[in-house]
Design a protein around this ligand. Structure first.
Ligand code: ADP
Ligand code: MG
Length: 341
């Protein structure tokens, strides 16, 4: 552990993990400590909520990097040749990259129960990158989720990289935070999990599945994640007490919910996507389904159905013991994707 002292006499405590690696959540905590005296107390939720008086601004920023958040891209030229022999679904296109860079960013606005309205995009890639094709994917996502691209930046870089800032507005008291659940609240999730992780294993040819339609669906879960904007807004209107989206895996996101409220998690049911397994569902991440908590006397199913949305699935309950992380009475490991340096 290293301790240093900042200019405002703020003490930063940075836990340097084994092998001198600094894990993402440790670094986020350190960044928050560094900026807390200068307004950084917002750091740590899915998006920041900025007070403009009669309105709030909801802002989040996310990176998408080729080879990190998506496997390497097949250049358009090679794909044009492939099309003659039947296009291999497991290949990732520039359009997929553009689409995913936007949808993963707006998912964080949805995770506050708010609709995204605008995005900015900083985009860079190596010589030969087809950035116009990336922009086609960006446009597709913006049209599908009703956002405007309002600015950005361009540069060159060793690998294709996008940073998307997503912005929404709302009224005071509307946003739903990740640390505000109460003991006894039921835990709901907007869809089955693990599809994106299983899709990645298919893309990487680590597994094979006979059913072509299912293979296509799973690969799309990885290439083209769908932010659950309407579902999240409806969950807020029904009275969700806390909310988070699943980028790093169910286990990690549940841990965030519990830690923030000093509560525990007891899960009865993990809904697993067809073709995926429990590890994909718990630790794979990138499903971008929404987890929300709700008064146990409320059942949101009818209202979701009336709105034409897939009904959410109740998976468990918030319990009083802060150390409790259980599935059907057995401890589960808290883990999932974390960047390390
Ligand atoms: P998500 O998976 O929801 O996109 P992360 O787990 O990556 O979010 O980060 C959680 C939160 O930590 C972010 O929403 C943000 O508030 C904060 N955060 C992450 N990286 C930084 C950074 N470089 N500077 C300031 N805040 C950060
Ligand atoms: Mg998030």
């Amino acid at each position: 552990m290293e301790i240093s002292r900042g200019p405002d006499e703020v003490v930063y405590v940075v836990v340097v993990e084994q092998n001198y690696q600094l894990a993402e959540f440790t670094l986020i905590k350190a960044i928050k400590d560094m900026f807390i005296a200068r307004g950084g107390s917002q750091i740590g939720d899915d998006a920041a909520i900025l007070d403009l008086g009669d309105q709030l601004l909801v802002v989040s920023s996310d990176l998408t990097i080729e080879g990190v958040h998506l496997p390497a891209i097949t250049p358009s030229k090679a794909r044009t040749d492939d099309f003659d022999q039947g296009f291999d679904l497991s290949k990732i296109t520039e359009r997929d990259f553009g689409f995913k860079s936007v949808t993963t960013a707006i998912s964080d606005i949805a995770a506050m129960g708010i609709e995204p309205r605008w995005v900015t995009l900083s985009l860079c890639g190596p010589a030969g990158s087809d950035l116009l094709e990336v922009m086609e994917g960006v446009r597709e996502a913006c049209v599908q989720f009703d956002c405007d691209l309002v600015g950005g930046d361009l540069s060159v870089s060793p690998v294709l990289t996008a940073n998307v800032t997503a912005i929404g507005t709302c009224k005071p008291n509307e946003p739903v935070f990740r640390n505000t659940c109460s003991v006894g609240d039921a835990i709901w999730v907007t869809g089955p999990l693990g599809g994106a992780s299983c899709g990645l294993r298919l893309i990487n040819k680590e597994i094979e599945i006979e059913n072509d339609a299912l293979v296509g669906e799973l690969i799309n879960r990885q290439k083209r994640p769908v932010p659950r904007v309407k579902e999240a807004v409806l969950a807020r209107l029904i009275g969700a007490s806390s909310m988070i989206d699943i980028s790093d895996g169910l286990a990690t996101e549940l841990d965030h919910l519990a830690n923030g409220a000093n509560a525990g998690i007891s899960i009865e049911d993990v809904p697993i996507h067809d073709g995926a397994n429990i590890d994909d569902a718990l630790y794979g991440g990138e499903d971008y389904e929404i987890i929300f908590t709700l008064d146990p006397n409320l059942d949101p199913a009818d209202q979701f159905e009336k709105a034409g949305l897939r009904p959410p699935i109740k998976i468990g309950v918030i319990v009083g013991e802060p150390d409790c992380r259980k599935i059907r009475g057995r401890d589960f490991l808290v883990g999932g994707f974390q960047a390390k340096w």
